[in-house]
Write a protein that binds this ligand. Structure first.
Ligand SMILES: Cc1cc2nc3c(=O)[nH]c(=O)nc-3n(C[C@H](O)[C@H](O)[C@H](O)COP(=O)(O)OP(=O)(O)OC[C@H]3O[C@@H](n4cnc5c(N)ncnc54)[C@H](O)[C@@H]3O)c2cc1C
Length: 451
């Protein structure tokens, strides 16, 4: 009799983790607090409930990183994708899902699996013994949040995200922008040129403030706002406090000289900072926002140098419990300080139904492999699954770590392909071809281990 795998949380990640481990022959207990204990967003006691939109986003596995993740999960026999496909609704190139039958099917299939049982209870500690996966999501119960905080330290667990938009480096116009740290601070050339700067004159700044104030904003969900104002004010709220506030905050122009116009003092400067070790992504410093997505692209493209910016992700502020995975987790998703505990899903710092389910799939397989004594390595870096896990457990900047969607900026470049917008189609196809081959190889290794 092998060791039991305990999974806390039966959402997107926990459901997928349970399915994968059970299919590998491991006995699984899912501990789910609903319907006994609710959250402000969940409506039912079903496993795999979609809390808001009913979309799994793009289903294009050749040109889109989310579509590629769909493909990889289907190839791995994923439960969430199988149920989504069964309850698919017409939505063009997107995968939209009939949410209630979807969650009912997820629940029924998990309950019917001979290796899975469900215990409807809240878990509010990190047990010392046994194999555990915590997949309690953005709305992890307060008692468990406190237990995680006690184990990881207050700095390593956040209750809100404050996501600044992230731009693909290749889409930034370097004829207008330049690399320089404020006051050229830093011991190495790399540190002295760590920031990417976009200058504004007075008219551009005033127009930018007008656009910020006029932009459509999203509202917080009911019950979402408690304590959020601690240190993460949206830029539009800063602008509402005074037209000069941003110029004295994240857009201050001091300590910087524009090499394109050395004699002209910028009225304001927008700074971007590297967001990943690969240097393919830059976040706009201090630009967390509640503007609607359409408004964000319009407003941020007013910034000189970002006229043609492509965004890997747009900004947001949400109630969201997540750990600082780059410092806390190893590449097999185990808590470094307590290897019997794994984390999966949105709490690891990925964002979205698909990414959360994907991290559940990986955690379930890795936990089951450990229990069964298989030597399964973590997902290959060139797969979408591997690009994500590599980002959250190593590639991301630790100090500014915020939740991440899957996107091609997380992938290692394919050598010899044309950069820029023109080469994009070929590049994305090369990424997805390479990813599929890498993922197939990993799945074959899983199968060999099991034989
Ligand atoms: C208000 C809101 C709106 C969102 N809208 C979208 C959207 O439109 N699209 C999108 O892709 N993503 C959205 N998200 C993010 C979404 O929640 C995640 O993408 C996805 O559901 C995360 O999957 P998960 O398995 O990590 O967490 P969940 O799906 O939330 O599952 C976690 C489970 O753990 C349970 N749980 C929590 N604490 C305990 C405990 N102590 N003991 C036992 N069980 C526990 C919960 O009841 C829940 O069932 C939204 C999130 C929120 C909060």
């Amino acid at each position: 009799m092998t060791e039991i795998l305990h999974i806390v949380g039966g959402g997107m990640a926990g459901s997928e983790a349970a399915w994968q481990a059970a299919e590998m022959g491991v006995q699984v207990v899912i501990h789910e607090m609903r319907p006994k204990v609710g959250t402000f967003a969940h409506q039912t006691g079903n496993l795999g409930e979609m809390v808001c939109s009913n979309s799994f986003r793009s289903d294009d596995d050749e040109q889109n990183a989310v579509g590629l993740l769909h493909w990889e999960m289907r190839a791995a026999g994923g439960l969430i994708m199988a149920c989504a496909d069964q309850h698919r609704l017409p939505a063009g190139g997107a995968l939209a899902v009939d949410r209630d039958p979807f969650a009912e099917t997820v629940t029924t299939r998990l309950l019917a699996h001979p290796n899975i049982s469900v215990s409807y209870e809240e878990i509010n500690e990190l047990p010392e013994t046994g194999q555990w996966i915590f997949a309690t999501g953005p709305l992890t119960s307060p008692a468990l949040g406190a237990a995680i905080r006690a184990q990881t330290g207050a700095e390593a667990l956040a209750f809100f995200d404050a996501i600044a938009p992230i731009v693909y480096a290749e889409s930034i116009n370097m004829d207008k922008a330049w690399m320089q740290s404020r006051y050229d601070k830093g011991d190495t050339e790399e540190e002295r040129t760590a920031y990417l700067n976009c200058p504004m004159d007075r008219d551009q700044y005033e127009a930018f403030i007008d656009a910020l104030l006029a932009a459509d904003k999203t509202e917080f969900h009911e019950g979402e706002t408690a304590n959020y104002f601690d240190g993460c004010l949206p830029i539009e709220v800063m602008a509402e406090r005074g037209r000069e506030t941003l110029r004295h905050g994240p857009m201050k122009p001091v300590g910087l000289t524009n090499p394109h116009q050395p004699d002209v003092k910028a009225h304001a400067v927008v700074q971007l900072r590297r967001d990943n070790a690969l240097g393919t992504l830059f976040n706009i410093v201090g630009f967390q926002t509640k503007m609607k997505y359409g408004a964000q692209t319009d407003v941020f493209r007013m910034i000189p140098g970002l006229e043609n910016a492509s965004f890997a992700r747009l900004g947001g502020i949400h109630r969201n419990t997540f750990i600082n995975s780059p410092t806390l987790l190893d590449d097999r998703m185990r808590l470094r300080s307590r290897p019997n505990i794994r984390f999966a899903g949105q709490i690891t710092g990925v964002e979205g139904y698909v990414e959360s389910a994907a991290m559940g799939l990986l955690a379930g397989r890795l936990a089951a492999a450990d229990i069964l004594g298989h030597a399964l390595p973590t997902a290959p870096q060139d797969s979408a699954m591997g690009a994500l896990i590599h980002h959250i457990t190593g590639g991301a900047e630790v100090k500014t770590f915020q939740p991440m969607n899957v996107n091609f900026g997380l992938f290692r470049p394919v050598e010899g392909l044309k950069g820029g917008r023109r080469g994009r189609k070929d590049r994305y196809k090369a990424y997805t071809d390479r990813a599929k081959a890498a993922w197939q190889g990993w799945l074959e290794q899983c199968a060999l281990d099991a034989a």
